[in-house]
Design a protein around this ligand. Structure first.
Ligand SMILES: C[S@@+](CC[C@H](N)C(=O)[O-])C[C@H]1O[C@@H](n2cnc3c(N)ncnc32)[C@H](O)[C@@H]1O
Length: 286
Protein backbone atom coordinates (compact mmCIF):
# COMPACT_ATOMS: atom_id res chain seq x y z
CA UNK A 1 0.00 0.00 0.00
CA UNK A 2 1.46 3.33 -1.02
CA UNK A 3 1.87 5.92 1.70
CA UNK A 4 3.03 8.42 -0.88
CA UNK A 5 -0.39 8.59 -2.55
CA UNK A 6 -0.87 12.25 -3.37
CA UNK A 7 -4.30 13.75 -3.66
CA UNK A 8 -5.17 15.77 -6.76
CA UNK A 9 -5.70 19.51 -6.47
CA UNK A 10 -9.08 18.91 -4.90
CA UNK A 11 -12.34 20.75 -4.63
CA UNK A 12 -12.60 24.53 -4.82
CA UNK A 13 -10.98 25.90 -1.68
CA UNK A 14 -8.83 22.78 -1.24
CA UNK A 15 -9.38 19.60 0.70
CA UNK A 16 -11.27 20.00 3.97
CA UNK A 17 -9.29 20.06 7.18
CA UNK A 18 -10.08 17.51 9.87
CA UNK A 19 -10.03 19.83 12.83
CA UNK A 20 -9.35 18.96 16.47
CA UNK A 21 -12.54 17.96 18.23
CA UNK A 22 -14.27 16.81 15.05
CA UNK A 23 -15.37 13.31 14.04
CA UNK A 24 -15.49 12.33 10.41
CA UNK A 25 -17.83 9.37 9.98
CA UNK A 26 -16.49 7.73 6.92
CA UNK A 27 -17.30 4.81 4.62
CA UNK A 28 -14.41 2.53 3.64
CA UNK A 29 -16.24 0.74 0.84
CA UNK A 30 -16.65 -3.03 0.63
CA UNK A 31 -12.99 -4.05 0.82
CA UNK A 32 -10.76 -3.10 -2.09
CA UNK A 33 -8.76 -0.11 -0.78
CA UNK A 34 -9.07 1.50 -4.21
CA UNK A 35 -12.76 2.00 -3.49
CA UNK A 36 -12.18 4.49 -0.69
CA UNK A 37 -13.11 8.03 -1.62
CA UNK A 38 -10.56 10.82 -1.81
CA UNK A 39 -12.28 12.44 1.17
CA UNK A 40 -11.65 9.23 3.14
CA UNK A 41 -7.96 9.21 2.23
CA UNK A 42 -7.74 12.91 3.09
CA UNK A 43 -9.26 12.15 6.49
CA UNK A 44 -6.95 9.20 7.11
CA UNK A 45 -3.96 11.42 6.42
CA UNK A 46 -4.98 13.95 9.07
CA UNK A 47 -6.50 11.85 11.84
CA UNK A 48 -5.05 11.51 15.32
CA UNK A 49 -7.24 8.45 15.90
CA UNK A 50 -8.89 6.01 13.49
CA UNK A 51 -11.62 3.81 14.96
CA UNK A 52 -12.43 1.06 12.51
CA UNK A 53 -14.86 -1.82 12.16
CA UNK A 54 -14.38 -5.51 11.42
CA UNK A 55 -15.17 -5.24 7.72
CA UNK A 56 -12.58 -2.55 7.09
CA UNK A 57 -9.47 -3.96 5.37
CA UNK A 58 -6.64 -3.12 7.73
CA UNK A 59 -4.22 -2.20 4.95
CA UNK A 60 -6.06 1.10 4.46
CA UNK A 61 -4.74 2.06 7.90
CA UNK A 62 -1.31 2.45 6.34
CA UNK A 63 -2.65 5.74 4.97
CA UNK A 64 -2.80 6.92 8.58
CA UNK A 65 0.63 5.94 9.99
CA UNK A 66 0.55 8.98 12.28
CA UNK A 67 -2.72 7.95 13.94
CA UNK A 68 -3.65 5.66 16.77
CA UNK A 69 -5.68 2.75 15.34
CA UNK A 70 -8.51 1.45 17.49
CA UNK A 71 -10.38 -1.71 16.49
CA UNK A 72 -14.09 -1.54 17.31
CA UNK A 73 -15.47 -4.61 15.60
CA UNK A 74 -16.17 -8.25 16.24
CA UNK A 75 -13.70 -10.85 15.08
CA UNK A 76 -12.33 -14.25 16.04
CA UNK A 77 -15.14 -14.98 18.48
CA UNK A 78 -14.21 -12.01 20.67
CA UNK A 79 -17.18 -10.22 22.21
CA UNK A 80 -18.31 -7.37 20.05
CA UNK A 81 -17.81 -3.82 21.20
CA UNK A 82 -21.16 -2.45 22.34
CA UNK A 83 -22.62 0.20 20.08
CA UNK A 84 -23.21 2.54 23.01
CA UNK A 85 -19.58 2.20 24.14
CA UNK A 86 -18.29 2.93 20.64
CA UNK A 87 -20.48 6.01 20.27
CA UNK A 88 -19.46 7.35 23.67
CA UNK A 89 -15.78 6.64 22.99
CA UNK A 90 -16.07 8.77 19.86
CA UNK A 91 -17.57 11.58 21.95
CA UNK A 92 -14.78 11.24 24.53
CA UNK A 93 -11.99 11.34 21.94
CA UNK A 94 -13.50 14.38 20.23
CA UNK A 95 -13.89 16.14 23.59
CA UNK A 96 -10.19 15.46 24.27
CA UNK A 97 -9.53 17.55 21.17
CA UNK A 98 -8.53 14.65 18.92
CA UNK A 99 -9.09 14.59 15.18
CA UNK A 100 -11.18 11.45 14.91
CA UNK A 101 -11.82 9.37 11.83
CA UNK A 102 -14.54 6.75 12.34
CA UNK A 103 -14.11 4.25 9.53
CA UNK A 104 -16.95 1.86 8.74
CA UNK A 105 -17.34 -0.80 6.06
CA UNK A 106 -19.28 0.12 2.94
CA UNK A 107 -21.37 3.23 3.47
CA UNK A 108 -21.83 4.39 7.07
CA UNK A 109 -25.53 5.08 6.56
CA UNK A 110 -26.41 1.75 4.92
CA UNK A 111 -27.12 -0.94 7.54
CA UNK A 112 -24.11 0.39 9.41
CA UNK A 113 -25.47 2.21 12.45
CA UNK A 114 -23.83 5.37 11.17
CA UNK A 115 -27.00 7.32 11.85
CA UNK A 116 -26.94 6.31 15.51
CA UNK A 117 -23.30 7.27 15.94
CA UNK A 118 -23.76 10.61 14.21
CA UNK A 119 -26.86 11.35 16.30
CA UNK A 120 -25.01 10.60 19.55
CA UNK A 121 -22.16 12.87 18.50
CA UNK A 122 -24.47 15.71 17.60
CA UNK A 123 -26.48 15.24 20.80
CA UNK A 124 -23.18 15.71 22.70
CA UNK A 125 -22.30 18.81 20.70
CA UNK A 126 -19.52 17.17 18.67
CA UNK A 127 -19.21 18.46 15.10
CA UNK A 128 -19.32 15.76 12.42
CA UNK A 129 -18.73 15.34 8.74
CA UNK A 130 -20.25 12.38 6.91
CA UNK A 131 -18.20 10.79 4.15
CA UNK A 132 -20.28 8.29 2.17
CA UNK A 133 -18.73 5.06 0.95
CA UNK A 134 -19.49 2.48 -1.70
CA UNK A 135 -21.98 0.06 -0.24
CA UNK A 136 -21.40 -3.68 -0.63
CA UNK A 137 -24.85 -4.14 -2.11
CA UNK A 138 -23.89 -1.96 -5.07
CA UNK A 139 -20.10 -2.06 -5.39
CA UNK A 140 -19.77 -5.68 -4.29
CA UNK A 141 -22.24 -6.79 -6.90
CA UNK A 142 -20.51 -4.66 -9.53
CA UNK A 143 -17.27 -6.55 -8.82
CA UNK A 144 -19.21 -9.75 -9.51
CA UNK A 145 -20.44 -8.34 -12.83
CA UNK A 146 -24.00 -7.75 -11.64
CA UNK A 147 -25.62 -4.35 -12.24
CA UNK A 148 -28.15 -3.63 -9.47
CA UNK A 149 -30.30 -1.88 -12.00
CA UNK A 150 -30.52 -2.76 -15.66
CA UNK A 151 -33.04 -1.12 -17.93
CA UNK A 152 -34.39 -4.38 -19.34
CA UNK A 153 -34.88 -5.85 -15.87
CA UNK A 154 -35.72 -3.35 -13.16
CA UNK A 155 -36.68 0.23 -12.49
CA UNK A 156 -36.30 -0.26 -8.74
CA UNK A 157 -34.08 -2.12 -6.34
CA UNK A 158 -34.90 -3.09 -2.77
CA UNK A 159 -32.21 -3.26 -0.08
CA UNK A 160 -33.05 -5.49 2.86
CA UNK A 161 -31.24 -6.63 5.98
CA UNK A 162 -31.52 -10.29 6.96
CA UNK A 163 -31.12 -9.39 10.65
CA UNK A 164 -33.14 -7.21 12.91
CA UNK A 165 -31.73 -5.60 16.04
CA UNK A 166 -32.16 -8.83 17.98
CA UNK A 167 -30.26 -10.83 15.35
CA UNK A 168 -33.42 -12.56 14.09
CA UNK A 169 -34.88 -12.46 10.61
CA UNK A 170 -36.52 -9.07 10.50
CA UNK A 171 -40.00 -9.89 11.70
CA UNK A 172 -41.03 -6.32 11.11
CA UNK A 173 -40.63 -6.78 7.36
CA UNK A 174 -43.61 -7.66 5.25
CA UNK A 175 -41.99 -10.39 3.14
CA UNK A 176 -45.16 -10.87 1.10
CA UNK A 177 -45.15 -7.23 0.10
CA UNK A 178 -41.42 -7.37 -0.62
CA UNK A 179 -41.85 -10.51 -2.72
CA UNK A 180 -44.65 -8.90 -4.68
CA UNK A 181 -43.11 -5.45 -5.04
CA UNK A 182 -39.35 -5.86 -5.29
CA UNK A 183 -38.07 -6.27 -8.81
CA UNK A 184 -34.52 -6.96 -7.65
CA UNK A 185 -33.75 -7.71 -4.03
CA UNK A 186 -30.35 -7.09 -2.47
CA UNK A 187 -30.04 -8.67 0.94
CA UNK A 188 -27.34 -7.77 3.46
CA UNK A 189 -26.57 -10.05 6.42
CA UNK A 190 -28.79 -12.73 4.92
CA UNK A 191 -26.61 -15.83 5.31
CA UNK A 192 -27.68 -16.79 8.82
CA UNK A 193 -31.37 -16.78 7.98
CA UNK A 194 -31.16 -17.76 4.33
CA UNK A 195 -33.58 -20.67 4.73
CA UNK A 196 -36.29 -18.49 6.30
CA UNK A 197 -35.74 -15.75 3.71
CA UNK A 198 -35.92 -18.15 0.76
CA UNK A 199 -38.97 -19.84 2.28
CA UNK A 200 -40.78 -16.55 2.82
CA UNK A 201 -40.13 -15.40 -0.74
CA UNK A 202 -41.19 -18.73 -2.27
CA UNK A 203 -44.33 -18.84 -0.09
CA UNK A 204 -45.17 -15.37 -1.33
CA UNK A 205 -45.00 -16.50 -4.93
CA UNK A 206 -41.49 -15.72 -6.17
CA UNK A 207 -40.55 -18.42 -8.71
CA UNK A 208 -38.21 -21.20 -7.64
CA UNK A 209 -36.15 -20.73 -10.82
CA UNK A 210 -35.53 -17.04 -10.16
CA UNK A 211 -31.81 -16.28 -10.52
CA UNK A 212 -29.82 -15.65 -7.33
CA UNK A 213 -26.21 -14.66 -6.79
CA UNK A 214 -24.31 -14.87 -3.55
CA UNK A 215 -21.16 -12.76 -3.38
CA UNK A 216 -18.90 -13.21 -0.39
CA UNK A 217 -15.84 -11.13 0.53
CA UNK A 218 -16.73 -8.96 -2.44
CA UNK A 219 -13.98 -6.80 -3.94
CA UNK A 220 -11.26 -8.56 -1.91
CA UNK A 221 -8.79 -11.15 -3.22
CA UNK A 222 -11.01 -13.78 -1.49
CA UNK A 223 -14.18 -12.82 -3.37
CA UNK A 224 -16.40 -15.81 -4.21
CA UNK A 225 -19.52 -15.80 -6.35
CA UNK A 226 -22.20 -18.46 -6.42
CA UNK A 227 -24.92 -18.40 -9.08
CA UNK A 228 -27.99 -20.37 -8.14
CA UNK A 229 -31.78 -20.03 -7.97
CA UNK A 230 -34.25 -19.18 -5.25
CA UNK A 231 -35.33 -22.80 -5.05
CA UNK A 232 -31.79 -24.16 -4.74
CA UNK A 233 -29.99 -21.40 -2.89
CA UNK A 234 -30.15 -22.93 0.58
CA UNK A 235 -28.53 -26.22 -0.37
CA UNK A 236 -26.13 -24.60 -2.85
CA UNK A 237 -24.88 -22.14 -0.23
CA UNK A 238 -24.45 -24.97 2.27
CA UNK A 239 -22.54 -27.00 -0.35
CA UNK A 240 -20.35 -24.07 -1.35
CA UNK A 241 -18.93 -23.50 2.12
CA UNK A 242 -19.40 -19.77 1.62
CA UNK A 243 -19.37 -17.67 4.77
CA UNK A 244 -20.38 -14.13 5.63
CA UNK A 245 -19.84 -11.36 4.82
CA UNK A 246 -21.97 -11.96 1.78
CA UNK A 247 -24.57 -10.19 -0.30
CA UNK A 248 -27.53 -12.04 -1.80
CA UNK A 249 -28.98 -10.68 -5.00
CA UNK A 250 -32.31 -12.07 -6.18
CA UNK A 251 -33.63 -11.15 -9.59
CA UNK A 252 -33.02 -11.33 -13.32
CA UNK A 253 -30.16 -8.82 -13.26
CA UNK A 254 -28.07 -11.72 -11.90
CA UNK A 255 -28.21 -13.18 -15.44
CA UNK A 256 -26.15 -10.25 -16.67
CA UNK A 257 -23.13 -11.80 -14.99
CA UNK A 258 -23.07 -14.27 -17.90
CA UNK A 259 -21.82 -11.41 -20.06
CA UNK A 260 -20.45 -8.92 -17.50
CA UNK A 261 -18.17 -11.10 -15.36
CA UNK A 262 -15.35 -8.69 -16.03
CA UNK A 263 -12.96 -10.32 -13.60
CA UNK A 264 -13.43 -13.66 -15.37
CA UNK A 265 -12.89 -11.95 -18.72
CA UNK A 266 -9.73 -10.29 -17.42
CA UNK A 267 -8.51 -13.74 -16.38
CA UNK A 268 -8.94 -14.97 -19.94
CA UNK A 269 -12.41 -16.57 -19.78
CA UNK A 270 -14.83 -16.07 -22.66
CA UNK A 271 -18.24 -14.48 -22.02
CA UNK A 272 -20.71 -17.29 -21.36
CA UNK A 273 -23.62 -15.61 -23.11
CA UNK A 274 -23.50 -12.27 -24.92
CA UNK A 275 -27.28 -11.85 -24.69
CA UNK A 276 -28.34 -13.43 -21.37
CA UNK A 277 -31.69 -11.63 -21.28
CA UNK A 278 -32.54 -12.84 -24.77
CA UNK A 279 -33.19 -9.38 -26.21
CA UNK A 280 -32.16 -10.55 -29.66
CA UNK A 281 -30.47 -7.27 -30.51
CA UNK A 282 -27.23 -5.51 -29.60
CA UNK A 283 -27.18 -3.70 -26.26
CA UNK A 284 -26.73 -0.30 -27.91
CA UNK A 285 -30.05 -0.68 -29.75
CA UNK A 286 -32.95 0.35 -27.52
C1 LIG B 1 -23.34 -4.39 9.13
S1 LIG B 1 -23.59 -4.55 7.42
C2 LIG B 1 -22.67 -3.20 6.84
C3 LIG B 1 -23.01 -2.78 5.44
C4 LIG B 1 -22.14 -1.63 4.98
N1 LIG B 1 -22.43 -0.43 5.73
C5 LIG B 1 -22.31 -1.35 3.48
O1 LIG B 1 -22.81 -0.28 3.12
O2 LIG B 1 -21.90 -2.19 2.69
C6 LIG B 1 -22.56 -5.93 7.07
C7 LIG B 1 -23.05 -6.71 5.87
O3 LIG B 1 -22.71 -6.03 4.68
C8 LIG B 1 -22.43 -6.98 3.68
N2 LIG B 1 -21.02 -6.80 3.27
C9 LIG B 1 -20.18 -5.88 3.70
N3 LIG B 1 -18.98 -5.99 3.08
C10 LIG B 1 -19.10 -7.04 2.23
C11 LIG B 1 -18.24 -7.65 1.29
N4 LIG B 1 -16.99 -7.22 1.10
N5 LIG B 1 -18.71 -8.70 0.58
C12 LIG B 1 -19.97 -9.13 0.74
N6 LIG B 1 -20.84 -8.59 1.62
C13 LIG B 1 -20.40 -7.56 2.34
C14 LIG B 1 -22.67 -8.36 4.26
O4 LIG B 1 -24.01 -8.69 4.03
C15 LIG B 1 -22.42 -8.07 5.72
O5 LIG B 1 -23.02 -9.05 6.55
Amino acid sequence: MSESLTLPAGPVGGWPELQPGWVWLCGAGPGDPGLLTLHAVNGLRQADVVIYDALVQEDVLSWAPQAEHIYAGKRGGKPSAKQRDISLRLVELAQEGKRVLRLKGGDPFVFGRGGEEAQTLIQHGVPVRIIPGISAGIGGLAYAGIPVTHRDVNQSVTFVTGHDQSGNTPGSLNWKAIAEGAQVLVIYMGMKHVAQIAGALLDAGRPADEPVAVVSQATTPDQKVLETTLGRMVEDIAGSGMEPPAILCIGRSVLMRQVLDWQGLAAGEAPRNLDPLGRGRPAEVS
